[in-house]
Design a protein around this ligand. Sequence first.
Ligand SMILES: CC(C)(COP(=O)(O)OP(=O)(O)OC[C@H]1O[C@@H](n2cnc3c(N)ncnc32)[C@H](O)[C@@H]1OP(=O)(O)O)[C@@H](O)C(=O)NCCC(=O)NCCS
Length: 233
Amino acid sequence: MEQEFKILIADDAHENFAQIICDEMESSAKARGTGIAKRSPDYIKQKMHEGKAVIAFTKDNIWAGFCYIETWSHGEYVANSGLIVAPPYRKSGLAKQIKKKIFNLSRQKYPEAKIFGLTTGLAVMKINSDLGYEPVTYSELTQDEAFWAGCKSCVNYEILMSKERKNCMCTAMLYDPKDHFEPEETTKDFKEHSKLYERFMKIKQWKLLKPFLKKETNGAAKPKSFLHFFLNT
Ligand SMILES: CC(C)(COP(=O)(O)OP(=O)(O)OC[C@H]1O[C@@H](n2cnc3c(N)ncnc32)[C@H](O)[C@@H]1OP(=O)(O)O)[C@@H](O)C(=O)NCCC(=O)NCCS
């Protein structure tokens, strides 16, 4: 049975949780071996103050998750960023509930905006897909320099720049209020093909990493062949 959580629009009363949220974001990124756009507790508090964040608690008022809204290109684009679920409460449907709440809040605050996200995580891809997001190329995203500056603290920034910001390890997904699949349709289709999608992601990552692997191994230990990778993943 799914655990019950309280999912709230955050406000000033929650600012004491800003530090624990930042700490969890940082340690989760380290555990995943990825980088993240650095967030300070003050930045999180500001989001709470502006009513642009969602916070989740257990029934016993233990902090369980968080996410916030960012706007780019003068409000033409919105990103639902900084999604984090505290480790004890993962895989119980909480991220899905938080994303739904922040998505609805974004739609209410910015009805004309395109909502987008960049992620390497299958969980987030599944949730986004259920909400009506579709995979897109980076050219469909905001070109706001301030957004892309957030990638500087990512371990894959060198790859992003070597691809002239056209591609990287993250999959870009976008919800266009004027042009999107109906969620029911998308959910069914995505669930049926999620294994295929996982494999597609591995292929994409392998292809992007290839030049870097070659550079590192310098001919000593050759990277595995594409076929080997494909058949063994
Ligand atoms: C990613 C994260 C937010 C997922 O939170 P969660 O509460 O465990 O996710 P949910 O339980 O709502 O799961 C949503 C879906 O993803 C799936 N899922 C969850 N974790 C997964 C994982 N690690 N790998 C693959 N699928 C996963 C679930 O099975 C569920 O699929 P379904 O709709 O087919 O049932 C959480 O693991 C986390 O905080 N990770 C660290 C921070 C992070 O990666 N943030 C995202 C940055 S883009």
